[in-house]
Design a protein around this ligand. Sequence first.
Ligand code: 5GP
Length: 326
Amino acid sequence: LEREFTFKHSSVKWKGVPIMVANMDTTGTFQMAEAVYKHKIFTCIHKYYTLVDWVAFAEVVNSKSDLDDSIFNYVAVSSGSKDSDLENLQSILSHMPQINFICLDVANGYTEHFVSFVVRVRLLYPDKVIIAGSVVTREMTEELLIKGADIIKVGIGPGSVCTTRKKTGVGYPQLSAIIECADAAHGLNGHILCDGGCSVPGDFGKAFGGGSDFIMSGGMFSGHTESGGKNVEIDGKYFKEFYGMSSSTAMEKHSGGVATYRTSEGKRVLIPYKGSVVNTILDILGGLRSTCTYVGSDKLKHLSKRTTFIRVTQQLNEVYGSSEVN
Ligand code: 5GP
């Protein structure tokens, strides 16, 4: 399941399992990175950590015998497109030059402001790998790649706690977006990251099969010991909070509330506590290996060449319901 990449602009080479934990404050935590990098899985660390938090994290990595500096190959620093975000990014990277990945994440990648922001960050960091998005169509995939991004983040509206499609009517079917954007990116030696919409291990096989080079997931990594969010107990059962980064919960936490000119585009849910994230990782990787075997792909890299999609009206036999008795 490991792949080795060389990128369009950056000279950095990367090898690992091309799955990324989402840069949401409930999933993209340092504790998550500590657990998942041992399986060569990547974490886009959320943008609300400051330099002080990163320095503390580096000290934790130094002090724990089961961690080593290779963890920095499996993390990205995230930033929005505001000047204050860029200042935070620059202060972190100036102290921690060993970090090679930057994740430039905005809800709507279709603005001139975002394109010029990507150009600016590329000029500042010619050697870093820049992930940029989100977009869902070929022309904007090409535009961002040409302007300096290495990996295009693809997905508007597919997320498990996203309400953009309900609130704005805007969105694009995620598999169609992947197929279209992968085709555009690969023609320019670029790569794409499918962001959102994977809710079971089989979805990862479909996204890779559709041509995605990397897959980002939030919901699959929520509800674990290593996830952020409050622990909640209801009638003796344990839950963990998970919410969208544009939900009113997140806006109250980070921006002092929902500004009157906008509405929330995300929701808050309670996830039954899932234990350590290791269980989920093994489930995803086990599923993916079997996907490869079923379709006759000797490695993940070849999966999209071996995949055929068939349009269906129903995927699962649910005669006994959709949940399983443990
Ligand atoms: P999931 O893997 O849970 O289906 O989707 C995770 C992705 O949903 C994130 O990586 C991010 O792109 C997107 N997302 C996170 N929070 C929100 C939100 O509040 N609103 C919207 N529209 N998308 C969100």
